[in-house]
Design a protein around this ligand. Structure first.
Ligand SMILES: *[C@@H]1O[C@H](CO)[C@@H](O)[C@H](O)[C@H]1NC(C)=O
Ligand SMILES: *[C@@H]1O[C@H](CO)[C@@H](O)[C@H](O)[C@H]1NC(C)=O
Ligand SMILES: *[C@@H]1O[C@H](CO)[C@@H](O)[C@H](O)[C@H]1NC(C)=O
Ligand SMILES: *[C@@H]1O[C@H](CO)[C@@H](O)[C@H](O)[C@H]1NC(C)=O
Length: 441
């Protein structure tokens, strides 16, 4: 039943997609969230294999995110081999992260959508590896978008925080400019999920207003991770199973703890007060203002350094300076506090207390964009979707349809503008574009 209905809807839109107006669609560039793109790794001859049973072939790129072995009966050594590939090493002098000695990583597919649509190139049909595929397919089939041309993606090394993304941000700028040029001067819509929203906000606060006005039509954020969340505290303490019951969170926790992006996602001091207890044990209370003590109790001095490196990157949450559509889910239990009732349970087995949010982001973080209303001249549209979970927001039909409608709205505005500028335009408000039209005549 559902399938039939869906194909009817798609048929209806297909007509529109192939109509004359498809040349007016604004190009879209997708910026994925944490864990939302493929990463490849390879080792060289200097690599010292800490686990002899790992079959690491030197000089060969292999996909390490997302690792299919995790889903199908993972063994302990699978996790240990994987950690060698993907965990980062922090240097507290340079304050930068690198791979383990002898390991090199890269993020494939920049500029096209393949590596954000599904996370494993070998298992493209495996439903749990689909990420932005539904969204891209909807753009292609209903509005006539073309992969690699009018819908593109900017995957990045999501293990790192914005302070280590200088090269990526330059590539992102070039991608936006190239896409604008190659579509005949159509302004780009940036669509970002979760951590991608924070990264784009960081990018935009470092761009001059003239550049934003020239190249960008709008920013659409899906669960933008503006102020972080208590979930990050829980991941430091007890790891995260990435939503899979096959994965023991404690076996992949070391990788998660090694990433600066996790430090960047710790609850913001702008949103959590020094009085609000986030972690409570028999002997201590920790707040968003005492991560030094909390990370110290976990013996993670590097994580604390990463926190210092990243905690002020979006301080005060400056407005993006482009029209923004801030979409997020609410009404899903979201971890708000960790309690340890006895000493043995610390840190692996917290008792979790839940509050409102999207299952990952606390509501106060997701709705931080509300404060931009009236703080920038461009429109700020804020919309909460009940019962839409943090990952589900990119596949939810409701959200995808909202996004398509939003793009159609831009298309109609573009068409209107185009008609005003064309000599055949007969009426409307006089303005600069009208004068240009008359002049041409
Ligand atoms: C950290 O970086 C500095 C400067 O590049 C270097 O001298 C030092 O050996 C590095 N430390 C480690 C532990 O690799
Ligand atoms: C830097 O790291 C080294 C070992 O990696 C450690 O001995 C030293 O205390 C650290 N320094 C700071 C300031 O964290
Ligand atoms: C983008 O990827 C699609 C397949 O997913 C391919 O058909 C298309 O040619 C690619 N475009 C570019 C510009 O690489
Ligand atoms: C932690 O805070 C609670 C109030 O939130 C307080 O009752 C308790 O005594 C505090 N515990 C410690 C060890 O400071």
């Amino acid at each position: 039943m559902r399938v039939v209905l869906l194909s009817l809807v798609i048929q209806e839109f297909l007509t529109l997609g192939h109509s004359a107006s498809s040349h007016l669609i604004p190009p879209v560039i997708l910026v994925p969230g944490d864990g939302g793109c493929q990463i490849e790794a390879r080792v060289d001859s200097t690599f010292t294999n800490t686990h002899p049973h790992c079959h690491l072939k030197p000089h060969q790129w292999v996909n390490v995110w997302f690792e299919s072995g995790f889903i199908v009966a993972p063994k302990d050594e699978d996790f240990r081999c994987w950690l060698d590939y993907i965990a980062l090493v922090y240097n507290n002098t340079t304050r930068h992260t690198t791979s383990q000695p002898g390991v090199e990583t890269r993020v494939p597919g920049f500029g096209n959508t393949t590596t954000v649509e599904t996370l494993n190139p070998e298992l493209t049909s495996f439903i749990s590896f689909r990420y932005l595929a539904d969204m891209v397919e909807a753009l292609v089939h209903t509005l006539g978008y073309q992969r690699g041309h009018t819908v593109r993606a900017a995957p990045y090394d999501f293990r790192k925080a914005p302070n280590e993304q200088a090269e990526y941000l330059t590539r992102l700028q070039t991608l936006i400019e190239d896409t604008y040029q190659s579509t005949g001067g159509r302004r780009v819509v940036l669509a970002a999920h979760s951590l991608g929203g924070s990264l784009v906000l960081y990018f935009l606060t470092h761009q001059p207003q003239e550049w934003k006005d020239r190249y960008l039509e709008a920013l659409v954020t899906l669960s933008g991770a503006w102020g972080g969340g208590v979930k990050a505290v829980k991941v430091y303490a007890a790891g995260d199973n990435l939503g899979s019951t096959y994965i023991d969170p404690l076996k992949i926790r070391a990788e998660q703890r090694s990433t600066p992006s996790l430090a960047f996602l710790l609850p913001s001091r702008d949103l959590w007060s020094p009085e609000e207890v986030i972690v409570t044990t028999k002997t201590n209370n920790y707040t968003a203002h005492s991560f030094r003590e909390f990370l110290g109790s976990l013996k993670l001095p590097d994580a604390y350094n990463m926190y210092l490196d990243t905690r002020d990157l979006l301080k005060g949450a400056p407005p993006p300076g482009v029209p923004i559509y801030c979409l997020y889910g609410v009404g899903i239990p979201t971890v708000e506090k960790l309690t340890y009732t006895d000493e043995d349970s610390f840190p692996n087995h917290p008792t979790l207390t839940y509050g409102d949010g999207d299952g990952t982001l606390n509501i106060r973080s997701a709705e931080l964009c509300k404060k931009w209303v009236g703080k920038q001249k461009e429109p700020v549209v804020v919309k909460a979707f009940p019962k839409v979970e943090h990952m589900e927001i990119v596949t939810s039909r409701k959200i995808i349809n909202y996004f398509l409608d939003l793009l159609k709205g831009i298309m109609e505005r573009n068409e209107e503008e185009w008609r005003k500028r064309s000599p055949d335009y007969d009426g409307g408000k006089p303005g600069e574009s009208m004068c240009q039209a008359k002049h041409k005549r």
